[in-house]
Design a protein around this ligand. Structure first.
Ligand SMILES: C[S@@+](CC[C@H](N)C(=O)[O-])C[C@H]1O[C@@H](n2cnc3c(N)ncnc32)[C@H](O)[C@@H]1O
Length: 315
């Protein structure tokens, strides 16, 4: 009887970083596996889960509804299910999970339990043609993006995201700004060695490809992918921007992003600095302070109460 973990992305890496020893995990489960193993553990399709073997299934993706439905179909009882990302629901799915405390201990369990409870993806961003896993569901972040995009009509320039990962947020930008060029910058191999990301964090972020990102873009002709490590990946690009999403998690890349994008952001444009308020990624806020000191200006900005603690910089 073992502990199984649903998801092979950031949620899984967070779980390990927060203290669940990899040795305690029997296998990962993923409906859309990128490979046969993740962190040297087998990755099973949901239907390969043997109920008799599974004592506790920890769900680390944000697609709580879809996974819960699948688990019901597979006959996994709710006392074996612990949802770590039910932060977009008003109800608590974990009240039935009697096994988690016994298996994980109270201290680890309290660390893991979701802290936020907010509401689902705005209807205008829900896209029935996409698999559910491709709908990011940080309501406040997405709803704010939608409102900001509505204010950009008179602002010229392209859109860009530095730090694309699997393209969840980029897809929303592309959907909301269908007539704008959208530049997507990512190494597509995770973080540079200099940032010392943990193995789990690195493995989770390397788990993407350009093809997969492009496949979920609704207006693909408007998208230009700039692969490689930023700022080298700029390759001399000269452009101005109406909207930038800066989401690279660590200080140096955030600073490089600010140095490039802020001067090129048009008046009336916005730069969404993801993780500025995230206690686990302090480099992002540090980079902004460094940049403001460099230019001698305190940039007008609005903090969001979204999951990642985004700061919206306003030009
Ligand atoms: C948190 S993920 C981005 C998530 C994405 N914005 C979303 O909301 O779906 C961070 C990404 O930044 C990328 N990254 C970090 N530093 C980078 C750099 N210097 N150059 C290119 N990509 C970088 C990583 O490869 C990773 O995919």
């Amino acid at each position: 009887m073992g502990v199984y973990v649903w998801g092979t992305g950031c949620g899984a890496s967070e779980l390990i970083e927060q203290g669940l020893n990899l040795e305690r995990i029997s296998a990962f489960v993923d409906s859309y596996p990128s490979g046969e193993t993740f962190l040297d553990k087998p990755v099973l399709l949901p239907e390969q889960l043997r109920l008799g073997d599974c004592e506790l299934l920890i769900v680390t993706t944000r697609h709580t509804d879809a996974v819960a439905k699948r688990c019901t179909q597979l006959g996994i009882p709710s006392e074996k299910l612990l949802f770590l990302k039910n932060n977009y629901e008003l109800s608590d799915r974990n009240t039935a999970c009697t096994i988690a405390q016994e298996r994980l201990g109270e201290e680890l369990l309290q660390k893991l339990l979701p802290k936020q409870r907010i509401v689902p993806t705005p209807a205008s961003l829900a896209d029935s043609q996409l698999p559910e896993r491709d709908l990011s569901n940080d309501y406040v972040r997405l709803a704010t993006l939608e409102l900001l995009c509505r204010r950009l009509e008179a602002v010229p320039g392209a859109a860009a995201e530095l730090g694309v990962y699997r393209g969840f947020f980029a897809r929303c930008i592309n959907q909301l700004l269908p007539d704008r060029k959208l530049y997507l910058f990512d190494s597509f191999e995770g973080f540079g060695a200099e940032v010392n990301a943990s193995d789990a964090f690195q493995a989770a972020h390397a788990n993407t490809t350009i093809e997969k990102v492009l496949a979920i873009m609704p207006h693909r002709a408007m998208v230009t992918v700039k692969p490689g490590f930023f700022p080298a990946s700029l390759d001399g690009l000269e452009e101005t921007f109406c909207l930038v999403s800066l989401d690279v998690d660590f200080a140096q890349s955030t600073l490089e992003g600010l140095r490039y994008f802020w001067p090129r952001l048009q008046r009336g444009g916005y730069l969404m600095l993801h993780d500025w308020g995230s206690p686990s990624l302090p480099g992002v806020a540090q980079a902004l302070k460094t940049y403001e000191a460099e230019i001698g200006v305190s940039i007008p900005a609005i903090p969001l109460c979204d999951v990642g603690g985004t700061l919206v910089l306003c030009k």
